[in-house]
Write a protein that binds this ligand. Structure first.
Ligand code: GLN
Length: 199
Protein backbone atom coordinates (compact mmCIF):
# COMPACT_ATOMS: atom_id res chain seq x y z
CA UNK A 1 0.00 0.00 0.00
CA UNK A 2 1.46 3.40 -0.93
CA UNK A 3 2.34 5.72 1.94
CA UNK A 4 1.28 9.28 1.22
CA UNK A 5 2.20 12.21 3.45
CA UNK A 6 0.33 15.46 3.93
CA UNK A 7 2.53 18.49 4.58
CA UNK A 8 1.23 19.44 8.02
CA UNK A 9 2.56 22.94 8.65
CA UNK A 10 -0.74 24.80 8.17
CA UNK A 11 -3.98 24.31 6.27
CA UNK A 12 -6.62 21.64 5.83
CA UNK A 13 -4.40 18.66 6.64
CA UNK A 14 -7.05 16.47 8.29
CA UNK A 15 -9.38 16.55 5.30
CA UNK A 16 -6.59 15.34 3.01
CA UNK A 17 -5.61 12.54 5.41
CA UNK A 18 -9.22 11.34 5.35
CA UNK A 19 -9.53 11.60 1.54
CA UNK A 20 -6.24 9.72 1.02
CA UNK A 21 -7.29 6.94 3.37
CA UNK A 22 -10.58 6.69 1.44
CA UNK A 23 -8.50 6.38 -1.75
CA UNK A 24 -6.67 3.35 -0.26
CA UNK A 25 -3.41 4.97 0.75
CA UNK A 26 -1.73 4.94 4.14
CA UNK A 27 -1.83 8.64 5.00
CA UNK A 28 0.39 10.45 7.50
CA UNK A 29 1.19 14.04 8.45
CA UNK A 30 4.68 15.27 7.52
CA UNK A 31 6.38 18.00 9.56
CA UNK A 32 10.04 17.00 9.61
CA UNK A 33 12.60 16.04 6.95
CA UNK A 34 12.83 12.52 8.45
CA UNK A 35 9.09 12.10 7.97
CA UNK A 36 9.33 13.36 4.39
CA UNK A 37 11.99 10.75 3.66
CA UNK A 38 9.56 7.96 4.57
CA UNK A 39 6.67 8.75 2.24
CA UNK A 40 6.11 7.64 -1.37
CA UNK A 41 4.15 10.77 -2.25
CA UNK A 42 3.06 14.04 -0.70
CA UNK A 43 0.00 16.29 -0.65
CA UNK A 44 0.41 20.00 -0.02
CA UNK A 45 -2.89 21.24 1.40
CA UNK A 46 -4.84 24.44 1.00
CA UNK A 47 -4.35 27.16 3.55
CA UNK A 48 -2.16 30.22 3.28
CA UNK A 49 0.79 29.86 0.94
CA UNK A 50 2.84 32.62 2.58
CA UNK A 51 2.52 30.88 5.96
CA UNK A 52 3.27 27.44 4.52
CA UNK A 53 6.30 28.90 2.75
CA UNK A 54 7.63 30.55 5.92
CA UNK A 55 7.07 27.48 8.08
CA UNK A 56 8.65 25.19 5.49
CA UNK A 57 11.78 27.37 5.56
CA UNK A 58 11.74 27.51 9.37
CA UNK A 59 11.38 23.72 9.72
CA UNK A 60 14.23 23.10 7.27
CA UNK A 61 11.85 21.49 4.79
CA UNK A 62 12.16 23.74 1.76
CA UNK A 63 15.34 22.19 0.33
CA UNK A 64 14.36 18.58 1.15
CA UNK A 65 10.98 19.21 -0.50
CA UNK A 66 12.60 20.67 -3.60
CA UNK A 67 15.02 17.76 -3.78
CA UNK A 68 12.32 15.11 -3.59
CA UNK A 69 10.12 16.84 -6.13
CA UNK A 70 13.12 17.13 -8.45
CA UNK A 71 13.77 13.39 -8.02
CA UNK A 72 10.23 12.67 -9.17
CA UNK A 73 8.33 12.02 -5.95
CA UNK A 74 4.61 12.31 -6.77
CA UNK A 75 3.21 15.50 -5.28
CA UNK A 76 -0.27 17.02 -5.31
CA UNK A 77 -1.00 20.61 -4.30
CA UNK A 78 -4.48 22.08 -3.72
CA UNK A 79 -4.99 25.85 -3.74
CA UNK A 80 -2.16 27.17 -1.52
CA UNK A 81 -0.46 23.86 -2.39
CA UNK A 82 -0.80 24.71 -6.09
CA UNK A 83 0.95 28.01 -5.37
CA UNK A 84 3.77 26.11 -3.62
CA UNK A 85 4.30 23.94 -6.73
CA UNK A 86 4.52 26.88 -9.15
CA UNK A 87 7.93 27.67 -10.60
CA UNK A 88 6.78 31.29 -10.56
CA UNK A 89 4.09 33.30 -8.81
CA UNK A 90 2.81 36.73 -9.72
CA UNK A 91 3.21 39.38 -6.99
CA UNK A 92 4.55 37.09 -4.26
CA UNK A 93 4.60 38.51 -0.75
CA UNK A 94 8.13 39.54 0.10
CA UNK A 95 10.22 36.52 0.98
CA UNK A 96 7.57 34.10 -0.26
CA UNK A 97 9.32 31.10 -1.75
CA UNK A 98 7.88 28.13 -3.57
CA UNK A 99 8.98 24.53 -3.90
CA UNK A 100 8.39 24.62 -7.65
CA UNK A 101 8.12 21.59 -9.89
CA UNK A 102 5.52 22.77 -12.38
CA UNK A 103 6.49 25.16 -15.15
CA UNK A 104 3.58 27.53 -14.60
CA UNK A 105 2.90 31.07 -13.50
CA UNK A 106 0.24 31.26 -10.79
CA UNK A 107 -1.78 34.28 -9.74
CA UNK A 108 -2.69 34.20 -6.04
CA UNK A 109 -6.23 35.08 -4.94
CA UNK A 110 -7.12 35.37 -8.62
CA UNK A 111 -10.78 34.45 -8.18
CA UNK A 112 -10.95 36.33 -4.90
CA UNK A 113 -11.95 39.78 -5.97
CA UNK A 114 -15.20 38.92 -7.76
CA UNK A 115 -16.14 36.15 -5.49
CA UNK A 116 -14.48 35.15 -2.23
CA UNK A 117 -15.58 31.60 -2.56
CA UNK A 118 -17.79 29.50 -4.86
CA UNK A 119 -18.52 25.99 -6.04
CA UNK A 120 -18.84 24.86 -9.62
CA UNK A 121 -18.69 21.68 -11.69
CA UNK A 122 -15.23 21.06 -13.15
CA UNK A 123 -14.35 18.56 -15.85
CA UNK A 124 -10.90 17.14 -15.17
CA UNK A 125 -8.99 15.19 -17.80
CA UNK A 126 -8.21 11.75 -16.37
CA UNK A 127 -11.16 11.71 -13.95
CA UNK A 128 -13.90 9.46 -15.31
CA UNK A 129 -17.60 10.09 -14.96
CA UNK A 130 -19.41 13.24 -13.87
CA UNK A 131 -17.53 16.49 -13.38
CA UNK A 132 -16.14 16.99 -9.89
CA UNK A 133 -17.52 19.65 -7.56
CA UNK A 134 -14.84 22.35 -7.53
CA UNK A 135 -14.69 24.25 -4.24
CA UNK A 136 -12.81 27.52 -4.78
CA UNK A 137 -11.74 29.46 -1.67
CA UNK A 138 -9.74 32.62 -2.41
CA UNK A 139 -8.35 30.42 -5.12
CA UNK A 140 -5.41 30.99 -7.43
CA UNK A 141 -5.53 30.38 -11.14
CA UNK A 142 -2.77 29.48 -13.55
CA UNK A 143 -1.87 32.40 -15.74
CA UNK A 144 0.23 30.34 -18.16
CA UNK A 145 2.02 27.01 -18.45
CA UNK A 146 5.27 25.95 -20.11
CA UNK A 147 5.57 23.22 -22.71
CA UNK A 148 6.12 20.40 -20.19
CA UNK A 149 2.97 21.16 -18.19
CA UNK A 150 -0.38 19.75 -19.24
CA UNK A 151 -3.63 21.59 -18.57
CA UNK A 152 -6.22 19.20 -17.08
CA UNK A 153 -9.09 21.61 -16.38
CA UNK A 154 -10.28 25.14 -16.97
CA UNK A 155 -13.02 27.26 -15.46
CA UNK A 156 -14.33 30.21 -17.50
CA UNK A 157 -11.18 30.28 -19.56
CA UNK A 158 -8.83 30.10 -16.58
CA UNK A 159 -6.58 27.12 -15.97
CA UNK A 160 -7.46 25.42 -12.67
CA UNK A 161 -5.76 22.00 -12.88
CA UNK A 162 -2.32 21.12 -14.22
CA UNK A 163 -0.04 18.13 -14.31
CA UNK A 164 3.66 17.97 -15.12
CA UNK A 165 5.24 14.54 -14.76
CA UNK A 166 4.52 13.41 -11.21
CA UNK A 167 3.34 16.82 -10.00
CA UNK A 168 -0.39 17.59 -9.91
CA UNK A 169 -2.05 20.85 -8.86
CA UNK A 170 -5.63 22.09 -8.56
CA UNK A 171 -6.94 25.58 -7.70
CA UNK A 172 -9.83 23.95 -5.87
CA UNK A 173 -10.29 21.58 -2.92
CA UNK A 174 -11.48 18.01 -3.72
CA UNK A 175 -10.69 17.06 -0.10
CA UNK A 176 -13.72 19.07 1.04
CA UNK A 177 -16.33 17.30 -1.09
CA UNK A 178 -16.42 13.64 -0.08
CA UNK A 179 -15.70 12.74 -3.74
CA UNK A 180 -12.32 11.02 -3.66
CA UNK A 181 -11.70 10.60 -7.40
CA UNK A 182 -8.95 13.22 -7.62
CA UNK A 183 -7.18 11.71 -4.61
CA UNK A 184 -7.60 8.29 -6.23
CA UNK A 185 -5.96 9.65 -9.40
CA UNK A 186 -3.07 10.92 -7.30
CA UNK A 187 -2.73 7.65 -5.35
CA UNK A 188 -2.57 5.88 -8.74
CA UNK A 189 0.33 8.17 -9.68
CA UNK A 190 2.06 7.22 -6.41
CA UNK A 191 1.46 3.50 -7.06
CA UNK A 192 2.82 3.80 -10.61
CA UNK A 193 5.97 5.57 -9.43
CA UNK A 194 6.52 2.93 -6.73
CA UNK A 195 6.17 0.15 -9.28
CA UNK A 196 8.63 1.91 -11.62
CA UNK A 197 11.18 2.22 -8.81
CA UNK A 198 10.98 -1.41 -7.75
CA UNK A 199 11.69 -2.73 -11.27
N1 GLN B 1 -5.25 32.61 -1.02
C1 GLN B 1 -4.49 31.57 -0.39
C2 GLN B 1 -3.01 31.75 -0.64
O1 GLN B 1 -2.58 32.65 -1.30
C3 GLN B 1 -4.92 30.20 -0.84
C4 GLN B 1 -6.30 29.91 -0.34
C5 GLN B 1 -6.57 28.45 -0.12
O2 GLN B 1 -5.67 27.62 -0.05
N2 GLN B 1 -7.83 28.13 0.07
O3 GLN B 1 -2.24 30.95 -0.16
Amino acid sequence: VPVVGVLALQGDVREHLIALAAADAVARPVRRPEELAEVDGLVIPGGESTTISKLAALFGLLEPLRARVREGMPVYGTCAGMIMLADKILDPRSGQETIGGIDMIVRRNAFGRQNESFETAVDIQGVEGDPVEGVFIRAPWVESVGAAAKVLAEHEGHIVAVRQGNALATSFHPELTGDHRVHALFVDMVRAERARRSL
